[in-house]
Design a binder for this molecule. Structure first.
Ligand SMILES: Cc1cc2nc3c(=O)[nH]c(=O)nc-3n(C[C@H](O)[C@H](O)[C@H](O)COP(=O)(O)OP(=O)(O)OC[C@H]3O[C@@H](n4cnc5c(N)ncnc54)[C@H](O)[C@@H]3O)c2cc1C
Length: 339
């Protein structure tokens, strides 16, 4: 039974912990409920906004729309072979729990993505990634409601235009699809481990692990993340506020001559820079202004010390962006979805 509510506070539903009200609010727990909702006049009129765990959004004002909280659960094995298994996860499943479910079943592929907050359904939206692995590396397909046709559709990885922290769901098809299930293709043995990140290697060495299992990698990732990133239940934040910018070779050469210690990574087109480093060079690390600021251990993470508004956080983000542009002539793009 769908229960539509009005003027609901979104504070408990975003990890920044900022106050904003939803004009309309409904939680869906099954595909049937979503299809029922899609028939309603409210859904047609009020431009639905899909909310998972709110760990990648910044509300800067009340949401004058229908907020659909995705709580579709369920895990099922769709298909398997001698080498792999395809597993469907309901979009409302907690991403980290899904990762641990895979580890418990000896299914490999997502261990580097342990402890990323949020729901499974949001994972394809920005093609979540960490420690050398992105969702696209393990994604088989997505089941979604297409708001244009009003039908359930299946999208394969090649349909999603995945890129660094982006996909069609964040770009040309923004707000078009409501993802209900994500099917991952995982290895059942001979897992291709990704241990090349220095921090993972160091953590495994520290523990004396010479031949890591997928559980060892997940454990190492959990330890690294817990020591580096603020826990949103303690300090409001949405992880990296900005994407790491990609610049063309010419810009890179100019910056590299002026700042030889600047971290950089090869990218598909050009060179990727570290947004955290650029921001830190501008003096923002550990900065606090009233109730918001930059995390003391990572300047890229904007934090709400308690009571900050979305507008205050956005204002700080804009000044950070301007200072990086002024000093390095590099324009930062927000990774967080700003409403
Ligand atoms: C401490 C911290 C660390 C983080 N670390 C990382 C990291 O290492 N790598 C990384 O990639 N991200 C990271 N993030 C960002 C965040 O965890 C991911 O973007 C996550 O996928 C967001 O999930 P969510 O359910 O909270 O999405 P929400 O914030 O609720 O929504 C995000 C966007 O997805 C859309 N959306 C959500 N669900 C659906 C759906 N079912 N169908 C269609 N659209 C949908 C929303 O409309 C919105 O535009 C971090 C965040 C925090 C707080």
């Amino acid at each position: 039974m769908l229960e539509i509510k009005q003027h609901i506070s979104l504070k408990p539903f975003n990890t920044f912990g900022v106050e904003a009200k939803a004009k309309w609010w409904v939680e869906v727990t099954s595909e049937e409920q979503l299809l029922e909702l899609a028939q309603s006049e409210l859904f047609q009129k009020e431009s639905p906004f899909i909310l998972g765990a709110g760990s990648n959004v910044l509300f800067t004002q009340d949401v004058e729309r229908l907020v659909v909280h995705n709580a579709i659960k369920g895990i099922r094995v769709v298909e398997s072979s001698s080498d792999w298994v395809r597993v469907g996860f309901g979009a409302g499943e907690v991403w980290h729990d899904a990762v641990m479910h895979c580890i418990d079943h000896h299914w490999g592929g997502v261990e580097n993505l342990a402890l990323i907050p949020g729901t499974v359904g949001a994972a394809p939206v920005q093609n979540i990634g960490a420690y050398g692995v992105e969702l696209k590396d393990v994604l088989h397909s997505i089941r979604a409601l297409d708001r244009v046709s009003g039908r359930m559709v299946t999208l394969h990885s090649s349909d999603c235009a995945f890129g660094y922290r982006t996909s069609i769901f964040k770009a040309e098809a923004k707000d078009r699809y409501i993802i209900t299930e994500v099917v991952l293709q995982l290895t059942t043995h001979s897992h291709g481990l990704h241990t090349d990140y220095g921090a993972i290697r160091d953590e495994l060495n520290k523990k004396g692990v010479l031949s890591p299992t997928i559980r060892d990698i997940a454990t190492a990732v959990i330890a690294i993340r817990s020591s580096k990133l603020p826990d949103p239940s303690v300090l409001g934040n949405a992880g990296s506020f900005f994407k790491n910018p990609t610049v063309d070779r010419e810009v890179f050469e100019r910056l590299n001559t002026a700042y030889p210690n600047m971290p950089s990574y090869p990218a598909q087109k050009g060179v990727k820079l570290s947004a955290g480093w650029l921001i830190e060079q501008c003096g923002w690390k550990g900065y606090r202004e009233g109730n918001c600021g930059c995390y003391e251990k990572q300047a890229l993470v904007l934090v709400n010390f308690g009571g900050a508004s979305g507008r205050q956080i956005l204002d700080l983000a804009q000044r950070i962006r301007e200072s990086v542009l002024h000093r390095f002539q590099v324009d930062l793009e927000a990774e967080v979805n700003i409403l």
